[in-house]
Design a protein around this ligand. Structure first.
Ligand SMILES: O=C(CO)COP(=O)(O)O
Length: 260
């Protein structure tokens, strides 16, 4: 089974709910429906936008999927400020990002927390997009492959072999995020291939072959074609370029094999 590429726009802490509605509408105008099916497209807005995004996508029957940027490890209870899996599932979220480097850095999330969050998502039928990636010091020391495989193993801890095929992995080198310094296609491929080999080892070659591995870090319409031409890069997690409807739509069209 060939893997359908996934382009997911991580809006981070941008866009209020009114801006979110406008951006979703603009993306839907800019990306003709013929591209869907050849590429899966998702937006990942802030929590406060999710209800509005759900409504516009439902009412306009758009083929866009959406998801959250984080998820609580708990289902409910006295966890002030947290948003749970059942809440996100009720809002129709397809995806939840877990372990983004910004959360690992600013909110001290370690691999164990990331694995718990991934399991919380899976428990409620939400696909976790598990992020891993090395900092510049690790890359300069030439230890990036081992570093990423360590994060991968830790972030998948306790996920059952039945659930593993549903998981999406995103390789996001920290030095490439928001810097304009995109990894070369060969660098992205090196780590994504190592991730797939590790998945084959811990699960099976069939499972590894069915899972999507994304690259993230300064992805744009200018560089996405060469990145996803690599055999183990199955799409992109896009930050800055996902906030501009024309750029994002163009990027998605390219990932679909277009424009045509
Ligand atoms: O962190 C990212 C996506 O999750 C990447 O962000 P940029 O595309 O802005 O570098």
């Amino acid at each position: 089974m060939p893997r359908t590429p996934l382009i997911a726009g991580n809006w981070k802490m941008n866009m209020n709910h009114l801006e979110a509605i406008a951006l979703v509408q603009k993306i839907s105008f800019a990306l003709p429906s013929k591209y869907y099916g050849k590429v899966d497209v998702a937006v990942l807005p802030p929590f406060t936008d999710l209800r509005s995004v759900q409504q516009i996508i439902d009412s306009d029957k758009l083929k866009l999927r959406y998801g959250a940027q984080d998820i609580s490890v708990h289902d409910s209870g006295a966890y002030t400020g947290e948003i749970s899996g059942p809440m996100l599932a009720k809002l129709g979220c397809t995806y939840a990002v877990v372990g983004h480097s910004e959360r690992r850095t600013h909110h001290h999330e370690d691999d164990a927390i990331v694995a718990s969050k991934a399991k919380a998502a899976l428990k409620h039928g939400i696909i976790p997009i598990i992020c891993i990636g090395e900092g510049l010091d690790v890359r300069e020391a030439g230890e990036h492959v081992e570093h990423n495989l360590g994060q991968l193993r830790g972030s998948l801890e306790g996920i059952s072999s039945k659930d593993l095929p549903k998981v999406v992995i995103a390789y996001e080198p920290v030095w490439a995020i928001g810097t304009g310094k995109v990894a070369s296609a060969a660098d992205a491929q090196e780590v994504c291939a190592a991730i797939r080999s590790e998945l084959a080892r811990v699960a099976s070659p069939e499972t590894a072959g069915s899972m999507r591995i994304l690259y993230g870090g300064s992805v744009s319409a200018k560089n996405v074609r060469s990145l996803i031409a690599e055999s183990d890069v199955d799409g992109a997690l896009v930050g800055g370029a996902s906030l501009k409807s024309d750029d994002f739509a163009q990027l998605c069209a390219i990932a679909a094999g277009g424009p045509f």
